[in-house]
Ligand binder design. Structure first.
Ligand code: PHB
Length: 391
């Protein structure tokens, strides 16, 4: 009798514990962060996570009664097979509710089918090739697309007296998108394309490409390179080969003058005109608050860049979606909540296009200037309400 009641008590205890366990599991929302945390693109992961942490610093780690947890995975660079395996593990072993991050296009493309299969919302915080959002109905992009950023640059260049352009782009999705968008918009505005080269994504040596551009004598070079170290290397070749001295202007998307490396690129960038959606110098209360929270959460050694801003906005979108679903993480309910969402981002107002699930935003034209605090991209012109023109 005594033994039976002991067992009974143990069973009730286990049941209670089980219930409590379930309750606890239900009280947590897990974000599986897939990004580049090592290798030459390690700053991508660092900036994205830094932005996510800044949001949590400002808004706390709970929303709609749920605690937000980040499970972090390193793709080590452009490694689609690794990214896919990590995403599968996050879904099956870690039981995550969202897949987030994705600095590089090849990694985002590889994970799209995992999001579809598992019905997990996938929030793109950088990867910027136009087609990415078409690869799964569970993808939302809060960053940018290269055509969206490039078209205004081409229109601005044509309007400002530049007639002959040579394009230099990284030889993969975003670079090819940038080249196509620039060529189309620049020709439509009466400009002439005089040549193009594609540079390798891994370990590029820019000297021969830069020489080729110099020999073709264009009025300007239009450049897209993935943010970070490549920009530093390109600017070195551009200066060494005397392109500026030969009167060849440089115009680019703002990836090249990424806030994380701009000071390291130094004075050769002064006066460089770029188009982009985010500058650390953007003058708004939202951006001031973002930069303050970023420094509090991550220290002050790294200036937040556009990837940090997208990490921050991605978190804002997730928090807002969870509020709308009353904490439900059901993939379809979250997607419905994300479509058409408007946010006050550090870059200005943004919207998730309900049809394409891509971001709609202002694209700014900026110029590198020296301020008391170092080199900054100073916004001086803008193209409001830009959609991805590829869709
Ligand atoms: C991308 O791989 O999509 C990518 C990477 C770095 C950038 C922009 C786009 O600066």
């Amino acid at each position: 009798m005594q033994f039976q009641s002991l067992i009974k008590r143990a069973m009730i205890g286990a049941a209670m514990l089980g219930a409590a366990g379930t309750l606890q599991a239900q009280g947590v929302v897990k974000l599986g962060l897939v990004a580049e945390f090592s290798g030459p693109f390690a700053q991508y992961g660092q900036q994205i996570l830094g932005g996510m942490k800044a949001y949590m610093k400002q808004h706390g780690d709970t929303v709609a009664g749920k605690k937000i947890e980040i499970v972090q995975k390193d793709t080590t660079g452009p490694a689609p097979d690794v990214a896919k395996r990590l995403a599968q593990e996050l879904v099956t072993r870690d039981n995550v509710d969202f897949l987030v991050g994705f600095g590089l296009t090849p990694n985002a493309l590889a994970v799209a089918p995992v999001a579809t299969e598992a019905k997990k919302p996938m929030i793109i915080m950088n990867a910027a090739t136009s087609i990415i959002t078409t690869k799964s109905p569970y993808i939302v992009r809060v960053s940018m697309t290269l055509p969206q950023i490039t078209q205004p640059m081409a229109q601005w260049a044509a309007k400002n007296g530049i007639k002959k352009v040579y394009t230099v782009v990284a030889d993969y999705g975003p670079g090819l998108d940038a080249e196509a968008a620039f060529t189309k918009a620049f020709k439509a505005a009466g400009g002439e394309m005089v040549g193009s080269v594609h540079t390798p994504l891994q370990n590029p040596d820019f000297a021969p490409f830069v020489q080729r551009v110099k020999d073709a004598k264009p009025e300007a070079v239009f450049l897209f390179l993935p943010a970070g170290e490549q920009g530093i290397a390109f600017m070195k070749s551009y200066k060494e080969r005397g392109l500026a001295d030969a009167g060849i202007k440089l115009i680019a998307t703002g990836d090249i003058t990424d806030d994380g490396v701009l000071d390291a690129m130094g004075d050769p960038t002064l006066g460089l005109v770029t188009s982009f959606h985010y500058s650390a110098s953007h003058n708004s209360p939202e951006n001031m608050a973002f930069k303050k929270a970023y420094a509090e959460a991550n220290g002050t050694t790294l200036r937040p860049n556009f990837m940090a801003a997208a990490g921050y906005d991605g978190m804002a979108a997730i928090y807002e979606a969870l509020r709308k679903t009353n904490g439900s993480t059901d993939g379809d309910k979250i997607m419905a909540a994300l479509k058409g969402m408007k946010l006050s981002s550090p870059r200005g107002a943004i919207m998730i296009d309900p049809e394409t699930r891509d971001v709609v935003q202002t694209v700014y034209i900026r110029k590198v200037e020296k301020t008391g605090g170092g080199l900054y991209n100073m916004e001086f012109d803008k193209f409001p309400d830009q959609k991805d023109p590829g869709k």
